[in-house]
Write a protein that binds this ligand. Structure first.
Ligand SMILES: Nc1nc2c(ncn2[C@@H]2O[C@H](COP(=O)(O)OP(=O)(O)OP(=O)(O)O)[C@@H](O)[C@H]2O)c(=O)[nH]1
Ligand SMILES: [Mg+2]
Length: 296
């Protein structure tokens, strides 16, 4: 019997959903940063077994949105909840119940599919803290099972995958075996650039940045990809920070993201970055749609 299904990874920002997603898929597809609200889109990753295909959906962190951009992100996360056969609600071992956890649990009220509680970052705490935390969450929702893991160290992931396989329904292989994501190389390239912005800039800058790929040209003979991309920010002052002194910041963003692209694409990458001011793009539905953050 072959099994398949969609597994939604949900949770408040920064608990390690994308780190876990990449660990399961075995490749860095979804970007990770030490700041909340890194992921903005639903990202699909496929994990194949001889007898099953598990399709993981990484989602933006659940929070109380205050801006149109944030509303779009939360909407994307909520929609994914309805698309899944199994849900993994992720929390952190090193923090208490957070109001965003409560917000998420409220949106699980009508959900019929099994929900696993995944306690991530167990490498950061002593074991004795886990049981009280499990109890606090158990009284809030009737989880099918609870799994302590460390996405970073790889602890507990194999057991969790086994449990998911067990409860998945019978179903066909939905994606060819050699495909590990439905994200395009263009999308991943833009995300890798945004990941460096998340890591290297501070304050509001990560949250007013959107990356667009202007051109993506593969030269197969030379195993080379030429990419032109534009980083959009909202103000001239933010543009100046993004470029940095003598262009140092932009150069750094470009170098780091290019190295990640070369690793994943297995090709040499020439990357050219441009910074543009798009006033108030985070509050314009039209711009959010154009940047692929809001459905038409
Ligand atoms: N120590 C430790 N850190 C982790 C673990 N998993 C993730 N992290 C760190 O937690 C931070 C957030 O990780 P992400 O994977 O971006 O978190 P996320 O839940 O996808 O965040 P959003 O996309 O903002 O919702 C990063 O700095 C990760 O390196 C873990 O198991 N242990
Ligand atoms: Mg994420």
């Amino acid at each position: 019997m072959f099994k398949s299904g969609f597994i939604g990874i949900i949770g408040r920002p920064n608990v390690g959903k994308s780190t876990f997603f990449n660990a399961v898929i075995g490749d860095k597809i979804s970007i990770v940063a030490d700041k909340p609200q890194t992921t903005r889109n639903k990202i699909t990753g496929i994990k194949n077994f001889p007898d099953a295909q598990l399709i993981f959906l990484d989602t933006p962190g659940m929070h109380n949105p205050k801006t149109p951009l944030n509303r779009a992100m939360v909407q994307t996360a909520r929609e994914t909840i309805g698309d899944a056969e199994v849900l993994l609600m992720m929390i952190e071992a090193n923090s208490d119940v957070h109001h965003n956890d409560i917000l998420l649990i409220e949106s699980l009220a009508e959900i019929k599919v099994p929900v696993f509680l995944v306690i991530n970052k167990i490498d950061l705490v002593e074991k004795k803290y886990l049981l009280p935390l499990m109890d606090k969450f158990r009284i809030l929702y009737d989880y099918r099972e609870i799994f302590p893991v460390s996405a970073l160290k790889g602890y507990g992931i194999a057991d969790l995958l086994t449990a998911i396989k067990e409860i998945l329904p019978e179903g066909p292989q939905l994606f060819p075996e050699d495909i590990f994501t439905d994200a395009t190389e263009r999308f991943i390239a833009a995300e890798f650039i945004r990941e460096q912005i998340m890591m290297l800039t501070s304050q509001e800058i990560p949250y007013v940045s959107a990356v667009m790929i202007d051109s993506f040209k593969e030269d197969e003979e030379k195993n080379l990809i030429r990419i032109n991309a534009t980083i959009n920010v909202e103000k001239e002052s933010q543009k100046a920070i993004m470029i940095g002194k003598k262009g140092a910041m932009l150069k750094n963003i470009g170098t780091q993201s290019r190295l990640n692209m070369e690793k994943l694409f297995g090709a040499k990458v020439y990357l050219e970055l441009f910074v543009r001011v798009k006033k108030e793009w985070t509050s314009s539905d039209k711009m959010l749609q154009e940047f692929g953050l809001l459905k038409h």
